[in-house]
Design a protein around this ligand. Structure first.
Ligand code: AMP
Ligand code: GLY
Length: 428
């Protein structure tokens, strides 16, 4: 397994419980991993951009499945390099990963195939982009075309703010990712995430979630990679979920296959539930972080078997995955300063106490100091994850565990799940 965040800790935790490891003599390796992942996997130091080195390692150890967690190595074609050597990979090819790697690519695909999404214009120069603003009204949605670690989207209230943001983007604020900018119509509605696993032909629904992107309580302040999440997202009713598969996911999978770049892996759809029905905000070519953590808490059955069936194009003959009816909720403990420059080196204690409450603490940005003590090394540091019969109970359980932690340089939002908790209260 490739990656080192909370998403990968959750994947490693679940993969370590797979029959492939527990009964078939397999070994789980993780690169580069983190101290939490080290509880479930043997860590190896590989440079994921050095495809030849990754291939050598896989051949040496006779690796039967590679699971690629983050988007960067997928967009960089690590999956293609491994597949070319006969190594089964869970994760899309470079061509298919364009669904995340290029917002313009995805918008064009939606337009070609009639997938509901916001109206848009692709622009490649500041002058062209400024002129294109005429075709939109405030608020203006501006997106750097390429990967920008979740920071490439600006929503500008005034024309002047929009023009300044465009100048920043074309001026290199997001590097290469901003060489092209997509301008979009603003959509109104509630956001939800939907996941599907596909081998390019068969589509397996893999649950829903909602996350909290803003750093502050009440969904205020700057955007982050996500301060918490819960699954399922009941706003995505079975009826809406059917519509999402039929009108968004299936046409995408079909079009990618027809155009010679079949999509294999997890397809993560960011959705806006508008008055006209669900519309696609964006695709990601990997699991969400921290959405993966709550999906893994609810998944019943063997993750390794499922991901291997996907990698080997056998999903049509594989049993459907099952999820617990419980709600799972995760609270991100971040280091002071996040999403700006986070304070590094803060001591972390109390994980055993937190887990004694029944929660699971996934590591994101942690490492060990010279004395073997756990310290923070990233913005998002821990994902405190718990289950309950509904969002209210899962939330209470997660914060009981948060309160058992000892991480003086950390902070978290105290209102993760508020929308769903409020709805449960209203429903009595
Ligand atoms: P993205 O990285 O494309 O998911 O965008 C980040 C966030 O910006 C989304 O989660 C939405 O909250 C918001 N956003 C993106 N596109 C739109 C849109 N067309 N209309 C309204 N909000 C949007
Ligand atoms: N939590 C949002 C993402 O993984 O993109």
């Amino acid at each position: 397994m490739a990656g080192s965040g909370g998403r990968e800790h959750a994947l490693a935790w679940k993969l370590a419980q797979s029959r492939l490891i527990t009964h078939e003599g397999g070994t789980l390796y993780a690169t580069p991993g983190n101290p939490g992942i080290a509880h479930h996997a043997e860590l190896v130091a590989l440079d994921l951009t050095d495809h030849a080195a990754v291939i050598r390692f896989c051949e040496d150890k006779r690796i039967g499945l590679v699971v690629i967690g983050p988007e960067a190595p997928l967009v960089d074609g690590l999956g293609d390099s491994l597949r070319a050597e006969g190594v089964p990979v869970f994760g899309p090819s470079k061509a298919a990963a364009q669904l995340e790697g290029s917002k313009g690519f995805t918008k064009d695909l939606c337009e070609r195939t009639g997938i509901p999404t916001a109206g848009y214009v692709r622009t490649t120069s500041l002058d062209e982009a400024k002129a294109a603003l005429d075709r939109f009204v405030s608020p203006y949605v501006l997106k750097a075309d390429g990967l920008a670690a979740g920071k490439g989207v600006v929503i500008a209230e005034t024309r002047q703010d929009a023009e300044e943001a465009l100048a920043d983007m074309f001026g290199g604020a997001f590097g290469e990712a901003g060489a092209e900018v997509v301008i979009e119509e603003f959509m109104v509605g509630e956001e939800a995430s939907f996941f599907a696993i596909t081998d390019g032909a068969t589509i397996v629904p893999f649950g829903s979630a909602q996350d909290h992107k803003r750093v502050g309580e009440g969904d205020t302040g700057p955007n982050t990679g996500g301060m918490g999440a819960y699954s399922p997202a009941p706003v995505l009713t079975p009826l809406l979920e059917g519509e999402v598969i039929e009108r968004i996911i299936a046409p995408t999978v079909r079009a990618m296959a027809n155009e010679g770049m079949p999509y294999s892996g997890v397809l993560y759809a960011g959705l806006m539930l508008t008055a006209q029905g669900p519309k696609l905000i964006e695709y990601n070519c990997r699991f969400g972080d921290p959405e993966c953590q709550v999906l893994m808490m609810r998944l019943e059955g063997d993750l390794g078997d499922l991901l291997l069936a996907c990698a080997e194009n056998r999903l049509a003959r594989h049993p459907m995955p099952h999820f617990s009816a419980d709600t799972a909720l995760t609270v991100v403990m971040a280091a002071e300063g996040y999403p700006g420059t986070p304070k590094k080196g803060g001591h972390i204690g109390g994980i055993d106490q937190a887990e004694a409450t029944g929660a699971k603490v996934f590591h994101a940005g942690t490492s060990l100091d010279a004395d073997g003590g756990l310290i923070s090394t990233g913005g998002r540091v821990l994902n405190v994850t718990a289950r309950g019969a509904n969002a209210t109970e899962a939330q209470a359980a997660a914060y009981r565990a948060v309160d058992a932690l000892d991480f003086p340089d950390g902070f978290c939002r105290r209102d993760i799940g508020w929308r769903e908790v409020a709805r449960e209260k209203d429903a009595g």
